[in-house]
Design a protein around this ligand. Structure first.
Ligand SMILES: Nc1nc2c(c(=O)[nH]1)N[C@H]1C(S)=C(S)[C@@H](COP(=O)(O)OP(=O)(O)OC[C@H]3O[C@@H](n4cnc5c(=O)[nH]c(N)nc54)[C@H](O)[C@@H]3O)O[C@H]1N2
Ligand SMILES: Nc1nc2c(c(=O)[nH]1)N[C@H]1C(S)=C(S)[C@@H](COP(=O)(O)OP(=O)(O)OC[C@H]3O[C@@H](n4cnc5c(=O)[nH]c(N)nc54)[C@H](O)[C@@H]3O)O[C@H]1N2
Ligand code: SF4
Ligand SMILES: [Mo]
Length: 737
């Protein structure tokens, strides 16, 4: 018998870097996964996570058939029964309690899944519910809100032109580990090194001396949550020292003067104490930045998921604009992807704050509510209360604030269904789980991350493995749900069925082909699905190009530097300045921040042995001076407590941390005996989101504040130190009301 060896080229969809992979399959088994040198974007880069694709595919814990929770545990059921029961639960909930009683939560892998992007929205639209939630509101909501208000479209995200810049300020991001976010730039480390090799400079502003900070030319520690103040001071220097220039965007920027008066009072000296950054460093940083023609300032999740996420992201964009760095090579630019996801219609129809949550009145954004409000929307009785929940590709119990409260809320639902292939901390609470095919069994075109890439390229990946019998793809699942939900009588049943079959037969490839042909390069580059299939490593479409004002979606084709809601939110920042003083004297005298490490992908790669082996990475990082204060040594167990929760964790003492700040990674906490993740169960860690607080949010956008959370840290004593604990308990008043 001859052996068959086949090499597949495929874009990795685990994170935003979309690296090209070369996957060798021998006799239906993967024998190697390497970086694809011919990929025009990733040029052979690969990270330790790519091999997890193989582990997920081979994982015996991965579901392939629907399961139903019964008194005797999970029972495999037929697809027919699973779809029937899910649809009848949705219908009866909506009949009894109204459309809003059904809620949806979509997790991060949704945007990394072509079929979920193509078919999910029609299903969710047909439910006609306002209760739509996703990982957006524990992530990039502020960036999107800023883009909506300034450029007229929530997807028009300015990107750091990494390969041509000579100066980059990185605020609240650790791209050397995360591989870049809202900036698809595979091999970030190499790209940052190239900046240095061409005589440029990398500056990192972060409360932790991160892997990125360690390779940077300069690192400045900053007190978590104070970045907006730093940026106001940076802007003050620009105006004060007359370093500003609008450059090529001068003709279509408005309200320049408003910013000048807004920042006047924020001298570097005035923010020195609160931010922890010396005034002279702030001044020099701004002078260096302005003195470099090709410079860019980039901020990410460390500043999006904090109390002033929106203000900070807004001020970052303003800083780039008034220093003349927007829409120039080496500055902040916009992509021009082969498939354009920005539609004029969606810019108008999916706005901000046209609805508010029932209980806390938090604003909606782009058709969804902030996930921090999900638990209370389930637990608070009254019209509109959520009774049924559908989750897709998410693990909100580990990834959203106050996980314990959310868990009790989920337990109180009438019905829950999850579209996911693992039984994890969230999906074990479902009544029915619908598992889609795994990543390597499906085609992929990255609809989202080509749009965020620092180089325009286009790639289509064909499945590596055939779908086994009696399995369903994400497309199959959504098309079936759409058909069944919209069936009212025998006529609509027949018409819906014909539609479903036609779409299934034409398939996603047909849709992608149409989008490619109608896109920016359809004619000029003759882009078709066949052309992409013949070039499986991808096609280069060139570097980013200036595109303003043509590409703006604002009605007057102008960029508003000072949108009203941001100016309004400045009052909150003023109150914060006085609050921080009193906080220092409270029992919650530490600030908690997060971190990522190279072998994690949020909560869901811990069932791969290769991703969890080695020493425990889920520890709390704490500065030596702080360790001394609370009398602990390296490896000791500590108790960390916030307004909403408490956990025990092992301490790693390191001067990487800024004093007064501790860091705990997210995505861990696999202690629940009901999860069916045999490897993850042995690498438990803690769920940091038992400490993050659903009331601690960026009030402007509703985004969760997962960084800068006030906590108390004490040494763990086997016989509890009653006196100490009591002080903390009596301090359990709400700091944020
Ligand atoms: N290996 C790995 N890669 C990933 C992921 C993963 O889980 N693991 N997740 C992916 C996802 S979903 C995303 S969104 C991206 C995120 O990508 P990044 O934004 O690069 O994420 P982090 O590495 O968490 O970096 C955030 C940084 O902000 C710092 N920080 C915290 N609070 C503050 C603050 O108040 N001010 C400032 N200036 N800094 C602060 C933290 O110390 C940390 O270094 O990563 C993606 N890539
Ligand atoms: N404290 C703290 N919390 C955080 C963060 C932080 O920095 N600090 N980061 C936040 C960020 S940036 C993010 S993006 C969120 C992530 O939060 P979530 O999106 O809620 O969680 P994930 O861990 O990404 O869970 C992904 C789930 O999708 C499933 N899955 C994977 N691929 C597919 C697929 O193709 N189809 C289907 N149906 N299911 C699939 C996995 O089995 C897993 O159950 O976490 C956030 N939470
Ligand atoms: S950096 Fe991201 S896209 Fe690239 S191989 Fe690693 S996980 Fe995959
Ligand atoms: Mo994310």
């Amino acid at each position: 018998m001859g052996s068959s060896i086949k090499i597949h080229h495929r874009a990795c969809n685990l994170c935003e870097a979309i690296c090209g992979l070369e996957i060798t399959v021998e006799n239906e088994r993967i024998t190697s996964i390497k970086g694809d040198k011919n990929d025009p974007l990733s040029k052979g880069h690969i990270c330790p996570k790519a091999v997890a694709l193989q582990d997920i595919y081979n994982d015996p814990d991965r579901l392939k058939q629907p399961v139903k929770k019964t008194k005797d545990g999970w029972q495999q059921i037929s697809w027919e029964q699973a779809f029937d029961e899910v649809i009848s639960a949705i219908k009866s909930t909506q009949k009894n309690y109204g459309n809003d009683a059904v809620a949806i939560y979509q997790g991060n892998p949704t945007v990394h899944n072509m079929e979920a992007m193509l078919y999910g929205p029609s299903f969710y639209r047909s439910l006609r519910t306002s209760n739509h939630y996703s990982a957006t509101s524990v992530d990039q909501l502020p960036e999107q809100l800023v883009s909506l208000k300034m450029f007229g479209h929530s997807l028009m995200i300015p990107l750091a032109d990494l390969d041509r810049t000579d100066f980059i300020i990185i605020i609240g991001a650790n791209p050397v580990v995360s591989n870049g976010s809202m900036m698809t730039a595979p091999g970030v480390k190499k790209r940052l090194k190239s900046i240095q090799q061409r005589g440029g400079k990398v500056v990192v502003i972060d409360p932790r001396k991160t892997e990125t900070a360690k390779m940077a030319d300069q690192h400045l520690f900053i007190t978590p949550g104070t970045d907006a103040l730093l940026l106001l001071a940076m802007l003050q220097v620009v105006y004060d020292e007359k370093l500003g220039t609008l450059g090529s965007v001068a003709d279509f920027v408005k309200n320049f003067e408003d910013i000048e008066s807004l920042v006047k009072q924020y001298t570097p000296e005035s923010v020195e104490k609160i931010t922890g950054i010396e005034a002279s460093h702030i001044r020099q940083l701004v002078r260096d930045f302005c003195g470099t023609p090709k410079a860019t300032c980039y901020g990410r999740i460390g500043v999006s998921t904090h109390e002033f996420g929106t203000l900070t992201q807004w001020l970052i964009v303003v800083f780039n604009i008034i220093t003349g760095k927007l829409d120039i090579e080496g500055g902040m630019m916009f992509s021009k992807p082969a498939i354009d996801v920005m539609k004029k219609r969606s810019a108008k129809s999916k706005g901000f704050a046209d609805k508010h949550t029932r209980v806390s009145g938090l604003p909606n954004f782009s058709g969804e509510f902030p996930v921090a409000a999900l638990a209370e929307e389930i637990m608070t009785e009254g019209s509109g209360q959520i009774k049924t929940l559908i989750t897709h590709a998410g693990n909100p119990i580990l990834s959203t604030p106050n996980g314990r409260q959310l868990e009790s809320a989920f337990k109180s639902l009438d019905f829950m269904a999850s579209i996911d292939f693992y039984i994890n901390e969230t999906t074990h609470l479902a009544n029915i789980i619908l598992p889609p095919l795994s990543i390597l069994e499906r085609p992929h075109y990255d609809l989202v991350f080509h749009s965020l890439a620092i180089q325009n390229t286009t790639t289509f990946s064909e499945p590596v493995f055939k779908a086994p019998k009696n399995t369903r793809s994400t497309a199959d699942i959504y098309l079936e749900l759409i058909w069944r939900f919209n069936t009212k009588d025998s006529y609509s049943k027949l018409m819906g069925w014909i539609k479903k079959i036609v779409v299934q037969k034409l398939g996603s490839e047909w849709i992608i082909n149409r989008m490619l042909k109608r896109g920016f390069y359809g004619k000029s580059h003759g882009l078709t699905i066949n052309k992409l299939k013949n070039n499986p490593s991808g096609i280069d479409l060139g570097a980013l190009k200036p595109s303003l004002p043509k590409r703006l979606f604002t009605e007057d084709k102008k960029i508003d530097l000072a949108p009203e809601i941001f100016i309004e939110d400045m009052k909150r920042l003023e109150n914060f300045i006085s609050r921080t003083e009193s906080q220092k004297n409270s029992a919650f005298d530490f600030l908690l921040i997060g971190r990522r490490d190279p072998r994690t992908n949020n909560s869901w790669l811990h069932n791969s042995h290769r991703m969890v082996k080695g020493k425990n990475r889920c520890t709390v990082l704490i500065h030596p001076e702080d360790a001394e204060k609370i009398s602990i040594t390296d490896g000791d167990e500590v108790v960390v407590q916030s307004r909403v929760g408490k956990l025990n964790i092992i301490a790693s003492i390191t001067d990487e941390m800024m004093p007064g700040v501790i860091s705990i990674p997210h995505g861990w906490g696999h202690e629940n005996p009901n999860i069916e993740l045999s490897i993850a169960k042995d690498h438990v860690g803690v769920n940091v989101n038992l400490l993050t607080d659903e009331k601690f949010i960026d009030q402007c956008s509703g985004n969760a504040a997962l960084n800068g959370v006030p906590v108390a840290v004490t040494a763990f004593k086997k016989s509890p130190n009653k006196k100490k604990n009591k002080t903390i308990d009596t301090m359990q008043k709400d700091l944020f009301e």
